[in-house]
Write a protein that binds this ligand. Sequence first.
Ligand code: SF4
Ligand code: SF4
Length: 367
Amino acid sequence: MLPYLQNLLRMTRGDFTLAPRLAVYYVTMQCNLNCAYCEDFGARRNHQVTPTPRLEDAKRILRVIRSGVDRLWLTGGEPLLVSHLAELLAYARNELKFREISLITNGVLLFRKPTTEITEDTEKSRLKTSVDSVFSVVKHVDRLIVSLDSLEPQTLNQVSVPDAYANTVIENVRAAATLQKEHHFKLILNAVITPETLPGLDALLAFCAENHIRISFSPQSVNNLPRYELVTSAEYRAFIEKLVALKKQGAPILGSLSYFKMLLDQTPYECYPTLIPRILPDGWLTYPCRPMEKAGGEQGGRAVNLLNVQSWDEAWRMAAKTYGDAPTSCVSCFQQCYAEPSLMQAHPFEYLTEKFRGMDPGTYAPG
Ligand code: SF4
Ligand code: SF4
């Protein structure tokens, strides 16, 4: 709570470079899927992306992160492809003592082997190791976030999960849900809303209610903005309005009312991009945000490599020196992972209400 209050104080001084609430570390850029909406990674880009670092380097990166941030998200690519993931998680939990750890996965490798072999030999061996270690992964996380956009294999096949794995992912999610109590973690589904998935989202909501799973929704983003066919669709608006109504009735739907309002009104929000910094697999800190780093302009980039510094403060100072303060009026994107924490930082009353309901809005948005 103290960092939140300190950030509020900074905001009253017009400062947009706020202290991080959590850090996102991409453990790998490699992925075993090729989601149609993925703008970052995916199997089609596996040969172009940064290699997955050695365990010792990954540990060192986490050590530097922990010197300034106490909540961690691990994502990818697909983290379960990383054979040392369980060891890295154990290190983050037991030695670095992160206060909260979340893991984001596409769910293919949870608990069961895929029904069909994935093509490349190297990938096969990684898959085997990952599947063997999955229980040791689950026991170290507070939140397991699985991407699942539909219960319909045909729809999944169109947008994210090939036919061969669709039922596996759904079964894996069901199995993971039953383990929440015993292993003390919360299972969260994240569904991407696309014109294709929209008709099946009511069934997904019902599935979550039946299996005691929390759910969050992200509209498909194209160049950092919600896809045009969605924002002009009456069905999409009706679905967001339904989420608002259900949430007001207490349904375990993640996403703040401010965020849903922003989706409906398409109004710009004040972005505080440094609230959730991203660190790439090989240690590069993106500053002030991933969209600006990817854009490659003068306002942001790969500011400093955490393998070359001793502490988070040192990295942060170097990044700010290279690229200056965070922008004060950027409306370049509506990405939930930046919008949600920014809105919650700016709306203390709603933030407290959400916290009171047991849903931490500072860590809603996967991705
Ligand atoms: S699982 Fe995630 S990283 Fe992989 S292709 Fe899909 S959206 Fe991209
Ligand atoms: S709106 Fe997007 S691009 Fe602009 S600062 Fe925020 S996260 Fe970065």
